[in-house]
Design a protein around this ligand. Structure first.
Ligand SMILES: Nc1ncnc2c1ncn2[C@@H]1O[C@H](COP(=O)(O)OS(=O)(=O)O)[C@@H](OP(=O)(O)O)[C@H]1O
Ligand SMILES: Nc1ncnc2c1ncn2[C@@H]1O[C@H](COP(=O)(O)OP(=O)(O)O)[C@@H](O)[C@H]1O
Length: 307
């Protein structure tokens, strides 16, 4: 067999380096046998097509380059010592996962699709733990201000955050929802699901919603692994919030021009047991950045600021 060196292919992907022209090799010659428990015959076709994608001529990896080619491709998987590594690798290669077909809500015949790069890999990359900091409190209690102070401070420490603010999300994803009880619940459910995705991405997700009902907050907590839902009650009396009234909404609510306003003619259920309470009493005023530091201390103490 003749082999000729080819220049780096146009895609300039790292895995295409040290590649020579020649007939497609058997999977074994690429060192695939090193992957215990995986069907090598099945891999042969799928991996060759991966290597060959975008090429007009078949290519062959050099004997000594092949190991690094495979190592690069599998490094995130092979580095793990978990017992599920081989299953995950096989699933990644087949493009399917090993779970069953299911029905969820109105979605029938759906199957969960796993990816070999998982939350822990992203956390390793980001050097932090994905979680949800759920700020709850009356309108005007300081949720948005504290969320921003928290995000700013964590950002300056090199930590990746994202703020989901109720007001903002109601401009897009949740613009179909009103302030009736069932719509508030749906608002919170959707934001809980989005926050869960952010946490799974390894991001410290900060939500800023009135979220007046305990059962809705509990349902969001239940979406996340234990410890990853950090409920923070911004405990500011109605009288203080009303005196602040930055948007003039309390005034409108008192005048009867807004119906069902939280704290006026709609309920707010304070958390009965939450991770952090940030209290503001009368003239005893803690600054938003000091409040943010209290939350950051909690994150530090509980290991969320390292992988
Ligand atoms: N009826 C009524 N009740 C309470 N709040 C009202 C209402 N109508 C409009 N607003 C404005 O909407 C903001 C609250 O939205 P949220 O998505 O956080 O509410 S909820 O969690 O679904 O209850 C809230 O913003 P914040 O002040 O940031 O809390 C208000 O500005
Ligand atoms: N810790 C604080 N001390 C004093 N004022 C605050 C504090 N936090 C927020 N505020 C002020 O209160 C008002 C309402 O804050 P905001 O963050 O909009 O509350 P929410 O998002 O809960 O409606 C704003 O004018 C803000 O500057």
């Amino acid at each position: 067999m003749t082999t000729a060196k080819v220049p780096l292919p146009p895609c300039s992907s790292r895995i295409f380096r040290n590649i020579e022209c020649g007939p497609s090799p058997a999977a074994e010659t690429l060192g695939f046998r090193r992957l215990r428990g995986i069907n090598v015959a099945g891999l042969n076709r799928s991996l060759r097509s991966f290597v060959l994608r975008g090429r007009s001529k078949p290519i062959k990896a050099k004997e000594n380059a092949s190991a690094s080619l495979i190592d690069d491709w599998f490094k995130p998987i092979m580095a793990k010592e978990d017992s599920d590594t081989e299953d995950r690798a096989a699933a990644a290669l087949s493009g399917k996962n090993l779970t069953q077909m299911s029905n969820v809500g109105n979605s029938t015949n759906i199957m969960w699709h796993d990816c070999p790069i998982q939350k822990r890999d992203r956390q390793q990359l980001l050097q932090q733990k994905g979680c949800v900091i759920w700020l709850t409190g009356l309108s005007g209690s300081g949720k948005s201000t504290i969320a921003c102070a928290l995000s700013r401070s964590l950002h300056s420490k090199g930590k990746l955050t994202y703020v989901l603010d109720g007001d903002n999300i109601r401009h897009g994803l949740n613009c179909d929802l009103s302030f009736r009880a069932e719509d508030r619940s749906e608002n919170i459910r959707r934001i809980g699901e989005v926050a869960k995705l952010f946490a799974d991405a390894g991001v410290i997700c900060i939500t800023s919603l009135i979220s007046p009902y305990q059962k809705d907050r509990d349902a969001c907590r239940a979406l996340l692994p234990k410890g990853d839902f950090i409920e923070v009650f911004i405990d500011v009396p109605l009288s203080v919030c009303e005196a602040r009234d930055p948007k003039g909404l309390y005034k409108l609510a008192r005048a009867g021009k807004i119906k069902g306003f939280t704290g006026i003619d709609d309920p707010y259920e304070p958390p009965c047991s939450c991770e952090i309470v940030l209290q503001q009493k009368g003239s005893d005023c803690t600054s938003p950045s000091d409040m943010a530091e209290i939350v950051i201390s909690y994150l530090e103490e509980n290991g969320y600021l390292r992988a």
